[in-house]
Design a protein around this ligand. Structure first.
Ligand SMILES: CCCCCCCC(=O)SCCNC(=O)CCNC(=O)[C@H](O)C(C)(C)COP(=O)(O)OP(=O)(O)OC[C@H]1O[C@@H](n2cnc3c(N)ncnc32)[C@H](O)[C@@H]1OP(=O)(O)O
Length: 160
């Protein structure tokens, strides 16, 4: 299993790393995510939240949805080799997301101002749009992680 967000020949994104809370295959809460890069920028794909991610029984937890939004926004940037952290995340819930419901997603960079990039994430079900998320991501130097005692297992995630 690859531990980097490499893009495969088919344009499919692999997990950031095995223990990533949202996308990692070793995470007990791993979300079913199938993300693809159709072009130079942006991501499309499918997402399914299941019973492990529910709040109100049968309905996906808003926090779990926000984590998925953060994950997808992050994937837009890691695939471009941008080293960043999320500084702010807003999630607008237009309609309930039912557990087991297959959603389509699309995500793109809305704006870039200095070190700040705003990434928009849209999730839609069969009946239309259910979630719009906006992540404000701030570019950081390698030292942001190394000063925390983290090494190449982190910095390499952004290096491609
Ligand atoms: C492997 C990939 C996984 C991908 C999915 C997961 C992604 C994540 O969730 S990352 C983890 C969660 N996030 C974090 O840990 C971040 C914690 N926060 C920090 O480290 C710092 O506050 C940090 C780096 C965001 C900003 O600090 P610093 O580098 O000193 O920059 P600073 O000068 O304060 O801010 C830079 C710019 O961003 C703006 N900014 C910073 N934070 C915010 C905020 N919360 N809201 C709005 N603007 C902000 C500042 O106003 C400034 O703007 P300008 O350049 O116009 O003056």
């Amino acid at each position: 299993m690859s531990t980097s967000p490499e893009t495969t020949i088919a344009g499919a994104l692999t997990p950031h790393h095995d223990r990533c809370f949202v996308c990692g295959p070793c995470s007990p809460a791993q979300v079913e995510l199938d993300l693809r890069c159709p072009g130079e920028e942006g991501i499309v794909g499918d997402v399914v939240l299941d019973a492990r991610h529910q709040g109100v029984p049968g309905i996906a937890h808003g926090g779990a949805i926000a984590a998925v939004v953060d994950e997808i926004a992050g994937s837009v940037l890691t695939r471009l080799g941008v080293r960043f952290v999320t500084a702010s995340l807003t999630t607008t819930y237009h309609a309930p997301v039912m557990t087991g419901e297959r959603l389509t997603c699309s995500a793109w960079i809305e704006s870039t101002v200095g070190r700040k990039r705003t990434v928009v994430v849209e999730l839609a079900g069969a009946a239309g749009r259910v979630v719009t998320g906006r992540a404000l991501c701030v570019d950081v130097p390698e030292e942001h992680f190394t000063r925390l005692g983290l090494g190449s297992e982190v910095t390499d995630l952004f290096g491609r």
